[in-house]
Design a protein around this ligand. Structure first.
Ligand SMILES: NC(=O)C1=CN([C@@H]2O[C@H](COP(=O)(O)OP(=O)(O)OC[C@H]3O[C@@H](n4cnc5c(N)ncnc54)[C@H](O)[C@@H]3O)[C@@H](O)[C@H]2O)C=CC1
Ligand SMILES: CC(C)CC(=O)C(=O)O
Ligand SMILES: [Mg+2]
Length: 359
């Protein structure tokens, strides 16, 4: 029996609790099959925490996460809280928890399952060989800069500031170089260095660090061009490293190479093995409560947790293999189904994957 690992579960809002329930089922199955052992503790987070505790990130939830070995997160937000003041938006909790836990690196793999090429809007030959990772800086940039309103000559103005320092850029870029080394040794650094000062500093830093990684080939791509090339030549990318907002947007775009945002997993990491694992998607209020959300992004996030935090490679592989087998057998949730009438629900997809996990 493996050592007991503490998992902080913060399911959040909308489809968050629905997809997290399926991921926990998969984790429990791997306890049986691989002799793993988890202790799950649940905490309030996001909109539901605003309703019950008056804050999106209650102190006891943060403490629970700090004491855990890894965090499993669903998603936060929804129209109910959209008109809240700045401190009382669910997103404030999300940014707050990332900062408080020192999770500066967001790893978002987009690997295309052959059998899902039909679900993509791109031609199968364009998708051929696509297997990329977006490495997104997660605790700096415009999402974290000072923001305020003021009265201007033409009425109210809103200001968002984008700040990056060299240390913040260095640590994420080094991590991306290290990841590139374990893959095809190609790194695309995405910026807007023709316009933004933060991007110029980003590019200078990448060029300086490149001499420490002579085995890795670096390509600089402007973000607007990258958005286009992701659809034109996705297989030419391997590791993409970029700042917070660009990575947020490009990874949602990359999700569509896989067929749906319901397929994209993520790991948020700091300096050590501790990590927070969550699907790339949000709380999907338009489908929440209907039992139709795709749980695969969250289930694949568990596989990332097993690999990156716990080193449970065999169990991670078993989860990924189970997902592939279930998809190969033709089972689809609505977001990845070509024939929508044959789509199955969240629980049915979770059950199929649970029943397929084996050594
Ligand atoms: N990490 C997080 O907690 C995030 C939270 N949000 C929040 O979520 C709320 C909704 O944001 P949206 O812009 O609508 O983005 P979203 O990712 O929640 O949904 C976008 C579209 O994708 C679909 N979708 C998302 N996940 C799916 C799944 N697992 N299966 C099937 N379809 C899925 C939704 O139905 C919707 O049509 C907002 O309050 C936003 O701030 C958004 C992104 C990330
Ligand atoms: C609060 C936002 C930055 C959440 C989001 O869209 C994300 O992290 O992908
Ligand atoms: Mg996003």
């Amino acid at each position: 029996m493996a050592e007991v690992k503490k998992i902080a579960v913060i399911a959040g809002d909308g489809i968050g609790p629905e997809v997290v329930a399926e991921a926990i089922k998969v984790m429990k199955k791997t306890e049986e099959v691989f002799g793993l052992s988890f202790e799950f503790e649940h905490g309030l987070f996001g909109g539901i925490a605003i309703d019950e505790k008056g804050t999106p990130l209650p102190e006891d939830t943060l403490e629970m996460c700090k004491k855990s070995d890894a965090v499993l997160l669903g998603a936060v937000g929804g129209p109910k809280w959209d008109n809240n003041s700045k401190e009382l938006r669910p997103e404030t909790g999300l940014l707050g928890i990332r900062k408080a836990l020192g999770l500066f690196s967001n790893i978002r793999p987009a690997n295309v399952f052959d059998c899902l090429k039909e679900a993509s809007t791109l031609k199968p030959e364009v998708l051929e060989g696509t297997d990329l990772i977006v490495v997104r800086e997660l605790t700096g940039g415009i999402y974290f800069g000072e923001k305020f309103r003021r009265e201007g000559e033409n009425g109210q103005e809103a200001v968002d500031t984008c700040v990056y320092n060299v240390a913040e850029i260095e640590r994420i870029v080094r991590q991306a170089f290290e990841i590139a080394r374990t893959r095809s040794k190609r790194l695309a650094s995405v910026d807007k260095a023709n316009v933004l000062e933060t991007s110029r500093l980003w590019r200078e830093t990448v060029n300086r660090l490149a001499s420490d990684y002579p085995d890795v080939e670096v390509e600089h791509v402007l973000v607007d061009n990258c958005a286009m090339q992701l659809l034109r030549r996705p297989s030419s990318f391997d590791v993409i490293v970029t700042e917070n907002m660009f990575g947020d947007i490009l990874s949602d775009e990359a999700a569509m190479l896989t067929g749906s945002i319901g397929m994209l997993s993520s790991a948020s990491l700091g300096e050590g093995a501790f990590g927070l694992y969550e699907p790339v998607h949000g709380s999907a209020p338009d489908i929440a409560g209907q039992g139709i959300a795709n749980p695969i992004a969250t289930i694949l996030s568990v596989a990332l947790m097993y690999r990156l935090t716990f080193g449970y490679h065999e169990a991670a592989e078993a989860i990924e293999r189970a997902v592939k087998e279930v998809l190969d057998a033709g089972h689809r949730t609505g977001d990845i189904a070509v024939d929508k009438a044959s789509a199955i629900g969240t629980t049915a997809m979770g059950d199929l994957i649970v029943n397929t996990v084996r050594k």
